[in-house]
Design a protein around this ligand. Structure first.
Ligand code: C2E
Ligand code: MG
Ligand code: MG
Length: 565
């Protein structure tokens, strides 16, 4: 090996080893150029790098092969090196020469070996970096994750600050129903296609990331808002494209959004999450979308904390009361039952359920309220029975939050039996469910309650997502038709509304479920009930929910008989 070649070698070695010190910029083209020079200097014909994620993949030959240099004459293998990284990835480098080429002497072979090892350690480091990056910024399904979102918010903020941007966080509506309908595999395809659609819509300067499940976050420039909010409000997404028979489902989302104002200082990306997340919570609770963050929302959060704190004391200090709204037979005017509705009376002021139930629903506090209400109801029924008064069946609302309680029936029985109340005096009102997991729980609970002789009803049927199929496969006793399905006077669409109402009532009768209509306010509506054979009504026409003493008086007065005759 002559001095010129040696000098050239050291020069190349320095340049190649320089790459192993660089972390940020790796110019692959230039690097491959250096390797070609090196191969030519030592008359090498071909250099190959193999990369396997683990030794099993190496055995199976399931890896990546990179050919860094090849002059087409690599016939004889002259050197092979294999390294295993601390994470068990395997990297193998092999060098070849042409058959008629003069073999390398010991010194040359040693120098070639040094470069080969350098190259392998560089590949190992780059791969490790890529893998770490993937682990840190992508989830198991290869969607960019929340960390990616936060980091990019910071990056964009550093380049040209975030004014003129909109941040949103969204949750897909009824995605578990889509999965149930078209299968999980197709559901995954729908999710990916929807993600791609949004990713394209936010453009180069935007970001879409998945926070887990069907929850996403997104950042985009304000001028794209119209288009993007349209996509979020509902868009057909295809799947099963390969079968040549493309099918589509509508995907829509509930959205919490924050339009980043000009003077907004993003000291850390968490400031954005603090705004879009409560907006999404609000969108879910109120079932409206999108909800934009504003200052009122943050005062709403303070209220949440206050309600939580005060509720703990409210039960102990008897501030929660059971009010009773009569259920009345529309032909005879007779009271056939009542619904217990809670009222929080504090400092002489009455707080309505809608003001605090959504807060209690955010955690399991609502379950304490429902058990407490059941207890109040059982106490009243016990007293009526002891006083020889007439008693009717009272329904108590139970939140869906109870569905995960495997001992719910036992807990309910424990209260009813403690007051020695006949089981058929109690009806448990539950609302429909949209997820398959909840559906199984709901079915189990309704069956268990029925076995114990406790009545069950589907509350608010027709409000929101209703499915006759879901009703059919659970043995409910009573279907409570929501007031939104009840035709109102002077309604142009009365005839259509009445047709829907009619078919629901007759369907309920067909499958042997009793029907009651909620929110009946006028005599005309009473007539609609009569015309459609729905014999029981609950609503302001008869009475609002009443304090227990007034409810007791209604029995004595028989006031409703005059009202409907
Ligand atoms: P819900 O179970 O559907 O109860 C019926 C609601 O409709 C009651 O409102 C009642 O006052 C109202 N309503 C009755 N008749 C009419 C009418 O003719 N017109 C109109 N516009 N409204 C009528 P309230 O008492 O404010 O309760 C609202 C909701 O709060 C209840 O809806 C129920 O979902 C929930 N809730 C009330 N008490 C409890 C409870 O103890 N536990 C749970 N989990 N939820 C409760
Ligand atoms: Mg109810
Ligand atoms: Mg209801």
């Amino acid at each position: 090996m002559d001095d010129i070649k040696r000098e050239k070698y050291y020069d190349l070695l320095e340049k190649i080893s320089d790459y192993t010190c660089r972390v940020k910029t790796f110019d692959r083209e230039k690097f491959v150029g250096l390797l070609s020079e090196f191969c030519e200097l030592f008359h090498l014909a071909k250099g190959v790098t193999e990369f396997y994620t683990n030794p099993r993949h190496e055995q199976e030959g399931n890896g990546e092969i990179l050919i860094d240099y090849d002059n087409g004459r690599g016939e004889v293998e002259i050197l092979k090196n294999r390294i295993v990284t601390p994470a068990y990835a395997v990297i193998i480098g092999t060098l070849y020469m042409a058959k008629d080429e003069k073999p390398l002497d010991d010194e040359e072979l040693e120098k070639v070996d040094i470069v080969l090892r350098l190259v392998l350690s560089l590949v190992a480091r780059n791969r490790l970096q890529n893998t770490m990056y993937k682990f840190a910024y992508y989830d198991d399904d290869n969607y960019p994750n929340l960390r990616y979102f936060m980091q990019n918010i910071e990056r964009i903020n550093n380049i040209n600050n975030l004014k003129g941007y909109v941040a949103v966080c969204f949750n897909l509506k009824h995605f578990s129903i889509i999965n149930q309908d078209i299968g999980k595999e197709n559901g995954d395809i729908v999710l990916r296609n929807y993600f791609n659609l949004l990713n394209e819509a936010v453009g180069e300067n935007g970001i879409v990331c998945r926070m887990g499940g069907d929850n996403f976050v997104m950042l985009f420039e304000n001028y794209l808002s119209d288009h993007i909010f349209k996509l979020l409000s509902g868009v057909p997404v295809s799947y099963d494209e390969e079968s040549g028979n493309t099918k589509r489902v509508i995907v829509s989302a509930r959205v919490g959004a924050f339009v980043i104002p000009e003077d907004f200082e993003v000291s850390n990306p968490g400031k954005i999450m603090e705004r879009i997340y409560p907006a999404l919570q609000m969108a879910k609770q109120m079932d409206i979308s999108p909800v934009f963050y504003d200052k009122k929302l943050s005062s709403g959060r303070e209220r949440v904390m206050q309600v939580r704190k005060r509720f703990a004391e409210a039960i102990a200090s008897d501030e929660i009361h059971a009010y009773y709204q009569p259920k009345v037979n529309v032909y005879t005017g007779e009271i056939v039952g009542a619904e217990a509705l809670c009222r929080w009376i504090s400092g002489g002021k009455m707080v309505m359920p809608m003001e605090f139930i959504p807060v209690l629903e955010m955690n399991m506090d609502i379950c304490r309220l429902d058990f407490h209400m059941l207890e109040l109801v059982c106490r009243d029924i016990r007293r009526w029975l002891d006083e020889g008064k007439k008693s009717v069946r009272i329904s108590v609302n139970f939140s869906r939050k109870h569905l995960i309680d495997v001992d719910l029936t036992t807990h309910i029985l424990e209260i009813i039996d403690r007051y020695n109340v006949p089981h058929d005096c109690i009806e448990v009102e539950l609302t429909e469910t949209t997820t398959d997991v909840e559906f199984k729980d709901l079915k189990r609970i309704v069956k268990c309650l029925q076995q114990e002789g406790i009545y069950t009803s589907v509350d608010d049927f027709g409000n929101g997502f209703s499915s006759l199929n879901l009703i059919r496969s659970i043995p409910w006793d009573v279907l409570k038709v929501d007031r939104s399905l009840l035709p109102v006077e002077d309604d142009d669409e009365t005839s259509t509304t009445e047709k829907i109402y009619k078919s629901i009532v007759s369907m309920a009768h067909d499958i042997g479920i009793n029907c009651i209509t909620e929110g009946v306010e006028t005599m005309k509506q009473i007539e609609i009930l009569r015309n459609n054979n729905c014999s029981i009504a609950q609503g302001f026409f008869f009475d609002r929910p009443l304090p227990v003493e007034e409810f007791e008086k209604r029995f004595e007065d028989n006031k409703y008989i005059d009202l409907i005759s």
